[in-house]
Design a protein around this ligand. Structure first.
Ligand SMILES: Cc1ncc(COP(=O)(O)O)c(C=O)c1O
Length: 397
């Protein structure tokens, strides 16, 4: 895939090898230009002004939602714009748990990012709900979910793809099981939506959250999809601004969905940038992106396995994310040290707990090194990282 030339970050940082797209992706000039264009030509607030500029801005914002809905195969009124996936997941957690009764249960998994773990954990505590955690097996699959479901289980919140290991959950099957048991599903799609075709009608989940900055778009925009009939019933999470229809001293009426959940001035520029990112991704094709990243992953697994002392945390089913550690005579070389050595060679990888401390505890390591791919990565990047890891191991010999 010959797209590196579209990404100014590589022109401005000669020799950069960027392997941390799970944390955030780089943006092509098409996205950057669309945002600049908005600020240069159209900046004005939406849904308010009765003047051309505001109408244009409103149209760009609403068009972005239509594009997003068509990208995911859902309706535009089912798409809520938030500031990131964390806020989207908090919105789902706050609003959904406020309708539960004492003793009702929320199920999450050991492989969740903190953003899809801590909100449920904390809200279950403060609202006297039961918080249960599905375990992860040695091959990074989930233990039998059916055995964890009880009559009290009302919500199942889990990730599509683990950001810490790249492990892929069979969301379609899991949602089918949840639907049969009247359990609401909240899917963290942060590591899947940027990399594979998402068809929400086919997955049949109730809620689906992700962040635009991980899919070539700008920072400051998150998405929460919710099924229309559920959003209609759900209480708002934040109050003020566009989410209001009518305010009296004694009470307030709220706007229709999705605006009922969008308080205050939204990030219109990011919505415009997201439209450009979707166009860019669609031009390449999500199926081609998944296939390309899978090739990179297979190549990287082969190359990395040649590095002496490496332990790769290999899931049964894996997306374009590889987590590993380097050992020297059974002694862990701290991932931060590994990544610092690589940084000297202009190679950006991730080291740390990846906001998945429950999983790190399970692996009995404080942290791992992680490389994650996107369309601008190449096999040469992988060759260079494998060589650099061999050298890193020598440094800590
Ligand atoms: C699986 C997963 N969930 C949630 C998040 C949180 O995303 P954000 O920081 O954009 O809110 C991330 C970010 O790394 C992630 O990888």
């Amino acid at each position: 895939m010959n797209v590196k030339k579209d990404f100014p970050i590589f022109e401005n940082n000669e020799g950069l090898i960027y392997l941390d797209s799970s944390a955030t992706s780089q943006s092509p000039k098409q996205v950057i230009n669309a945002i600049a264009d908005f600020y240069n030509k159209y900046k004005s607030n939406i849904h308010r002004g009765v003047y051309d500029l505001s109408e244009m801005s409103t149209e760009l914002y609403e068009k972005s939602k239509e594009k997003c809905a068509s990208f995911l195969n859902c309706n535009p009124q089912e798409i809520i714009y938030t500031k990131n996936a964390t806020e989207a997941l908090n919105l789902a957690a706050y609003s959904l748990t406020s309708d539960l009764k004492e003793g009702d249960e929320v199920l999450v998994t050991e492989m969740e990012h903190h953003s899809n773990f801590v909100p449920w954990q904390q809200l279950c505590k403060s609202r006297n709900l039961k918080f249960s955690v599905i375990k992860v097996n040695e091959d990074f699959t989930l233990e039998n979910i059916e055995n964890k479901i009880t009559e009290k289980t009302k919500i199942l919140a889990l990730t599509h793809v683990s950001n810490a290991t790249g492990s892929v959950n069979d969301i379609k099957e899991i949602c089918k099981l949840a639907n049969e048991n009247n359990i609401i599903t909240v899917i963290d799609g942060c590591q899947s939506a940027p990399h594979k075709k998402i068809d929400l009608k086919d997955l049949n989940c109730d809620f689906f959250a992700f962040s635009v900055h991980k899919m070539l778009g700008p920072m400051g925009l998150g998405i929460l999809f919710g099924k229309e009939k559920l959003l209609e019933k759900l209480s708002p999470f934040l109050y003020g601004g566009d989410m209001i229809r009518d305010v009296r001293i004694d009470d307030t009426d709220f706007n229709d969905i999705p605006w009922k959940f969008e308080a205050g001035t939204p990030n219109v520029a990011a919505a415009v940038g997201f439209s450009a990112a979707i166009d860019y991704l669609n031009k390449i094709g999500m199926e081609n992106i998944e296939k390309y990243e899978n090739e990179l992953k297979e190549y990287a697994l082969e190359k990395l396995s040649e590095v002496e002392g490496i332990k790769i945390y290999k899931p049964k089913s894996q997306a374009g994310i590889i987590s590993f550690n380097l050992y020297n005579n059974d002694k862990l070389i701290h991932p931060h040290d590994v990544s610092a050595v690589l940084n000297d060679k202009k190679i950006a990888i991730r080291s740390g707990h990846h906001c998945a401390q429950v999983l790190m505890d399970k692996l009995k390591v404080p942290a791992t090194c992680r490389i994650s791919f996107y369309i601008y990565n190449t096999k040469e990047d992988i060759d260079k990282v494998a060589e650099a890891l061999k050298e890193a191991r020598k440094v800590f010999n």
